[in-house]
Design a protein around this ligand. Structure first.
Ligand SMILES: C[S@@+](CC[C@H](N)C(=O)[O-])C[C@H]1O[C@@H](n2cnc3c(N)ncnc32)[C@H](O)[C@@H]1O
Length: 201
């Protein structure tokens, strides 16, 4: 099954419809984008159920959301928001459009050959002083495999990255900061592990 159908089916389930932002995103925005600058623009790339959109609207004047899943796009209203169906690695935005792009939990679901193309596309639509905050699933993760074989994302595909591979994808950027998220599922042995990158164009 193509990944797009997998995600469309995923967002039909009510438990997939998350309401609350990741605390790492809350912290970064509070630290780096405390005051809303006039005409500032942010994009939630692969916005899913839209859980980060109210938070982005607190920090940026214009907020855009895109995803390739139509089900996900139907989950939140268009009020004060620009929303688009878009399938990475292509993006339907002009060069130098965004001050900030959030790409949380998305890039590792692309086909291997699409990932570098998608990153070049993300850098194209960032303003020269813009930044991207993203996660890439780590090779320390043991949970995703079970989701892809028998769980919520059955028949989808994803790739796990070593820290070196994750950093290599962003060679040539002006600045990069690295973090790591590790969470053990309650009452299970499986762990969810993500590289976290804050990258300036
Ligand atoms: C794990 S969810 C993360 C959603 C959201 N960023 C969050 O943190 O809740 C991954 C999202 O990426 C989207 N996605 C996966 N591959 C994509 C692609 N090639 N183009 C656009 N969106 C994609 C899926 O539809 C899904 O909404």
């Amino acid at each position: 099954m193509a990944n797009q159908n997998v995600w469309d089916n995923h967002y039909v389930r009510s438990r997939a419809q998350q309401l609350y932002p990741d605390e790492n995103v809350v912290r970064l925005l509070k630290k780096e984008f405390a005051a809303v600058a006039a005409k500032s623009c942010a994009l939630d790339l692969g916005a899913g159920s839209g859980r980060h959109l109210p938070l982005l609207q607190e920090h940026f004047e214009h907020v855009y959301a895109c995803d390739f899943s139509r089900t996900s796009l139907s989950l939140y209203s268009e009020e004060k928001l620009h929303k688009a169906q878009a399938k990475l690695p292509e993006l339907p935005y002009a060069d130098n459009s965004f001050d900030f792009i959030l790409c949380w939990g998305v890039l590792h679901y692309l086909a291997q050959e699409e990932i570098a193309v998608a990153i070049a596309e993300i850098r194209r639509v960032l303003k020269p002083n813009g930044s991207i905050f993203l996660t890439l699933r780590s090779d320390k993760d043991t949970h995703l495999k079970s989701q892809l074989s028998a769980g919520d994302l059955r028949e989808g595909h994803a790739r796990l990255f070593s820290k070196e591979e994750a950093l290599t994808l962003f060679e040539g950027v002006s600045q990069i900061k690295y973090g790591f998220i590790l969470r053990q599922i309650l009452d299970e042995e499986l762990v969810v592990a993500h590289h976290v990158l804050w990258v300036k164009r």
